[in-house]
Structure formats: structure tokens, C-alpha cells
Design a protein around this ligand. Structure first.
Ligand SMILES: Nc1ncnc2c1ncn2[C@@H]1O[C@H](COP(=O)(O)OP(=O)(O)OP(=O)(O)O)[C@@H](O)[C@H]1O
Length: 294
């Protein structure tokens, strides 16, 4: 397990990370979300040792992170860093060799990644001639070429179309199945929602929530229901224990306080006339994000 333990960092008089702690567990995808400037890239740079924390530490398997362990991290930095004039295939081979992989292994890995990421037709072209989406796929291949033990990816899905997102997801899932912990940041909450097992939410340099996706849902939102009746559902507004979230004539979405009983609300609705739909709703990640970032 990769762990950030009470990490703090200032730039000038600005506290950019404040007592940041979270885990990235083996075999799980951890989505790292936060607004612009929240501190995601700074946290990743500290994991990579590119930046030193003012306080706190990064550990791997319970011991302080070393240079050797960092060499086994696949890192996709915010400032993408491939060679524009070199072909995709050549730079994958070059980077793999730099990481100490043997000739055969590096060629095998390069061809496998080129195929998985659907870069076959463009693998001989200089990176700069590729579309932005394909350049991004090449960046992902570069992070994976040396069979890393840990993956730290800064916005790996930005600029990818939905099909490319699915391709990359498949490649990353293959790594988690092999036990690799994956930390990825993203602004695309729908992608994070679909993809992550665990979630870390950061706002203004502080961790607001961290843990398994389902657990965060349960912790940070009240049980939520939808109700559709024949008439007007406005009476729900005054019903004890109900907090109305959305009302559109006959259709309502509401939360229930812990002491309220959803069957009692259903009975109240039935006593007024036919009920067309009633059931629980799962809050979206965007709603959890809004809730904890306030
Ligand atoms: N080298 C630096 N010197 C001064 N301030 C910095 C430096 N690096 C980052 N910052 C500031 O630290 C804060 C956090 O930045 P960081 O890049 O970690 O955020 P982020 O969550 O990755 O944002 P984004 O989603 O926009 O990439 C920002 O206010 C940023 O301006």
C-alpha cells in the first residue's frame, strides 16, 4: 500500500497541502478529485520525490519511500514529457531500456501496449504528428512500459474521447488485477465514478473525504428517494423528516432524515391517490463532491 501520512507543503506564504493523509491500496483504482489548484499535482509530485514535503512522509509497504521504489512507479506527469520528434515505438523502447528492461522484454511490452492502446498504425510516426488523443495514449504507454509496481497518473483521461477512455480503463484494470495500486487524478467526475474503487476528495489542500466509493456515499449523503404521483407532490415539502431536493409537479426527489421512515412517506402518498413510481436513488459522485467540498 502507498500511503501519504500527514503531508504538508507551502509555497511562499500559501499552504498548498495541509496535513494530507490517504492510502492507495494494492489492486484498487483510487480516483483523486478536486477543483483546480486543490493540490492534486503537488501531492503526486511529492509521491514521486520531485518535490519535498515540509512535513509528513510517503510510505510504501510501511517503509519510507526510497529511490529504488520510486523507479518502479509508472508516472504520468501533468507536464507530459515525451520527445516530440521521436516515434512512439522508439521512445517506448528507449524509456523501457532506461528503466533497465532487457531488449526482448522491452520490445514485447512496447508491442503489447501499442496494440492495447490501438496505436498500431501510428507507432512509427513522430509523436508530434499524432492527434492529441493519440499522444495521450502514447503517454500512458510510456508510464506502463517498465511494468511498474505502482501507477501515479495525473489527468490520464483528459483529451480522450469516450472510446479511448474505455481502452485506457481496460489497460489500467489489467494492472489492478495484477495487484498494482493505481492513483489517478481527474476532473471528469463521471469517469471517476465509473472507474474508481476508492476515492480521495481534496479541496484547498485538505482531504475532505477518502475511502471506498460506496462507503463515502453512505457517509456523506442522506438516503434519497424519488416519488411520482398523479397530482402535485408539493405536500412533501411539509412532510416530517423530508428534505425536498427537486420538485417538478407530480415528480419529486427528496432526502429523509435518519429518524424518518420511507414506508410512512409512501403511505402518505397512497392516501392522496395513485403512486406511479417510488424508490431509492443513488446520489452521483458530483453531489458527494459538492457536499464535502463546501
Ligand atoms: N512551484 C510552485 N510555486 C508556487 N505555487 C505553486 C507551485 N506549484 C503549485 N503551486 C500552487 O499550489 C496550488 C496547488 O496546485 P496543484 O497543481 O497541486 O493543484 P491541482 O489540484 O493539481 O490543480 P489542477 O487541477 O488545476 O491541475 C495552486 O494554487 C498552485 O498555483
Amino acid at each position: 500500500m502507498l500511503r501519504l501520512n500527514a503531508v504538508s507543503r507551502r509555497f511562499g506564504d500559501r499552504q498548498v497541502l495541509d496535513d494530507v493523509s490517504f492510502d492507495v491500496t494494492a489492486g484498487r483504482m483510487t480516483g483523486f478529485v478536486g477543483a483546480n489548484g486543490a493540490g492534486k499535482t503537488t501531492s503526486m509530485r511529492i509521491i514521486m520525490g520531485v518535490l519535498a514535503p515540509d512535513a509528513g512522509e510517503v510510505t510504501w509497504a510501511g517503509a519510507r519511500m526510497t529511490r529504488e521504489v520510486r523507479r518502479k512507479i509508472g508516472y504520468m506527469p501533468e507536464e507530459r514529457g515525451l520527445y516530440p520528434k521521436m516515434s512512439v515505438r522508439d521512445q517506448l523502447i528507449y524509456l523501457g531500456r532506461l528503466h533497465g528492461l532487457g531488449h526482448d522484454a522491452v520490445r514485447r511490452n512496447a508491442e503489447e501496449l501499442i496494440e492495447w492502446l490501438s496505436l498500431g498504425e501510428r507507432a512509427g510516426d513522430p509523436l508530434e504528428k499524432l492527434s492529441l488523443g493519440n499522444q495521450q495514449r502514447a503517454q500512458i504507454a510510456a508510464a506502463l512500459i517498465h511494468e511498474p509496481d505502482i501507477l501515479v497518473l495525473d489527468e490520464p483521461f483528459s483529451g480522450l474521447d469516450p472510446i479511448a477512455v474505455d481502452t485506457v480503463v481496460e489497460v489500467l484494470r489489467d494492472r489492478t488485477k495484477r495487484g498494482v495500486p493505481v492513483l489517478f487524478s481527474s476532473h471528469q467526475l463521471d469517469v471517476v465514478e465509473r472507474l474508481c474503487d476508492d476515492l480521495v476528495i481534496i479541496a484547498a489542500g485538505r482531504i475532505r473525504a477518502a475511502g471506498a466509493r460506496g462507503q463515502l456515499r453512505a457517509e456523506h449523503t442522506l438516503p434519497r428517494y424519488t416519488l411520482t404521483v398523479d397530482g402535485d407532490a408539493g405536500w412533501l415539502r411539509d412532510h416530517p423528516g423530508v428534505r425536498l431536493l427537486d420538485l417538478d409537479g407530480a415528480h419529486a426527489v427528496f432526502e429523509l432524515t435518519p429518524s424518518a421512515d420511507e414506508q410512512q412517506v409512501l403511505q402518505a402518498a397512497l392516501s392522496r391517490g395513485p403512486v406511479r413510481a417510488f424508490g431509492p436513488v443513488t446520489p452521483s459522485l458530483a453531489e458527494i463532491f459538492r457536499e464535502v467540498s463546501q
